[in-house]
Design a protein around this ligand. Structure first.
Ligand SMILES: Cc1cc2nc3c(=O)[nH]c(=O)nc-3n(C[C@H](O)[C@H](O)[C@H](O)COP(=O)(O)O)c2cc1C
Length: 455
């Protein structure tokens, strides 16, 4: 049986006392393999406890008082509460690991111990767990504020090792990392990004273009190191486990390596900016990549003055974050528990963001996308079952029923609101129940997010 032992102790409690107490408590559980000794944060420095954990060959975990308080103990003690701020250390610490309490608190003169059975492998202790969530929340795409400080070799090695530890389909590890420091090469890449920036700007309606002019989209020349992350889609040959049915998994794997790199870099205080303003083949040509190696991501890496609390696109009002509740569906698409009812704008707007921009978009429901190619403010919603060939200016929403069309309309309006749209000019070209449903959904979604609409 895998056990966790919770220990509360006075400062200076001897190893001998702790050992006798824990031996007796574990024996009361019928014996077992103690994997974790856990105590309240601050007590992990006690020599007696450290020696006990070493003797048991167990991990020594700590739990903050705030976390202990969330796991009420069956045997609370007012005296413990006075001393530690929580009614029980030993029992609550066991429960906080997710273990089932099998031996309630036992006492010696200076300590208490309780034993739990680990039904499943424990997570990290709360303080370490919080660091993981923190690095995920505080990772940023960084394009400005880089400082003139070289990246130490050991730091870069740790970051690349983390990237290289990413999961991959069939363990094919399809990525490689091309480290680019040479200024002449970076200038060529910079020129390519500049050309794509101009092309994107030219595709925007005037108000959106103005907002885009204020955005920085790369730091190719501002960073000492650029990393091109590539993918070899055929790596490992014919029988790579799990790739046969879905070759995209190869690129997913390489993208995950980038995320690992990004997170590890954040932990090291390195900013990373991902640049995708490229036609990948052009970058491959500058880097002289073999033809079978494709670019997945181009990263600008360097030390930074600071990491912003929120994404730059959020801070500048270009876009907004999507509430988690919009992204979670229960059993079936659309079952989010937040929307789907066109008449219930309050529910459609649950967790809603308010429209972040004032961009006006003409939404044409049905119709031929080719008619609107030159209209930067137009978005054709194509309802047909066949996926349109071009996706530029066309949103494919093949609603199967009028009810589903309402749902998809709500989604479209809300997701446009996240991308700076403040006004929807609705135009219905197709006459059908599905088209009507979609328009009703668009109106409900717009209303819920504070987006104006007409038509
Ligand atoms: C695949 C991908 C491509 C991206 N391309 C660019 C880019 O070309 N230029 C840019 O400024 N940011 C780019 N970004 C960064 C995103 O804008 C950024 O991740 C997003 O706004 C959220 O901000 P955060 O990463 O700081 O949380 C890219 C991100 C990803 C994942």
């Amino acid at each position: 049986m895998k056990l966790v032992v919770g220990v509360g102790l006075r400062s200076g409690t001897s190893y001998r006392e702790l050992r006798d107490l824990v031996d007796a408590t574990v024996a009361a559980a019928g014996g077992g393999d103690v994997r974790v000794v856990v105590t309240v944060e601050g007590r992990e420095t006690e020599p007696g406890l450290q020696r006990l954990a070493a003797f048991l060959d167990a991990e020594l975990h700590t739990t903050p008082v705030s976390e202990l308080a969330r796991h009420p103990a069956p045997t609370p003690g007012p005296r413990v509460e006075r001393l530690t701020g929580t009614p029980s250390v030993a029992e609550s610490a066991v429960l906080a690991t997710g273990a089932e309490l099998v031996v309630p608190k036992r006492r010696s003169v200076n300590a208490t111990a309780a034993v739990g059975r680990m039904a499943a492998a424990p997570g990290y202790p709360p303080t370490e767990r919080d660091v993981v969530h923190r690095v995920i929340a505080e990772r940023r795409d960084v394009r400005r504020g880089f400082v003139d400080r070289p990246i130490a070799d050991d730091v870069l090695t740790r970051v690349l090792e983390s990237a290289h530890r990413a999961p991959s389909v069939g363990l094919s590890q399809p990525w490689d990392f091309v480290l680019i420091r040479d200024l002449a090469t970076r200038r060529k890449i910079h020129d390519l990004a500049g050309a794509q920036r101009d092309a994107f700007a030219a595709s925007l309606p005037p108000d959106r273009r103005q907002a885009f002019d204020g955005l920085k989209i790369e730091a190719i020349l501002d960073t000492p190191l650029n990393i091109a992350v590539t993918c070899d889609a055929g790596r490992g040959g014919r029988h790579v486990l799990g790739r046969h049915a879905d070759p995209r998994t190869t690129w997913f794997s390489a993208a995950i390596a980038i995320q690992n790199l990004w997170l590890a870099a954040r932990a090291e205080g390195l900013g990373v900016g991902w640049v995708s303003f490229f036609e990948p083949g052009e970058v491959a040509a500058v880097l002289d990549l073999p033809a079978h190696i494709e670019l997945v991501g181009y990263l600008c890496v360097g030390h930074v003055e600071e990491f912003a609390a929120a994404p730059e696109l959020v801070r500048t009002g270009w876009a907004a974050r999507r509430p988690l509740a919009w992204a979670v569906h229960h059993e079936q698409w659309g079952q989010r528990g937040v929307t789907s009812i066109e008449h219930d704008a309050a529910r459609a707007g649950e967790n809603a963001v308010r429209a972040v921009g004032r961009q006006r978009v003409r939404v044409i429901v049905g119709g031929d996308p080719a008619d609107y190619l030159d209209h930067a403010d137009a978005l054709v919603v194509h309802l047909g079952a066949d996926k349109p060939i071009a996706d530029f200016g066309v949103l494919w929403r093949p609603a199967r029923t009028p009810v589903e069309a309402v749902e998809l309309g709500v989604e479209v309006a809300r997701d446009l609101a996240l991308q700076g749209v403040g006004h929807l000019a609705l135009q219905t070209v197709e006459q059908s129940e599905v088209a009507d449903g979609l328009v009703r959904g668009l109106r409900a979604g717009a209303r819920a997010c504070g987006v104006d609409w007409s038509g």
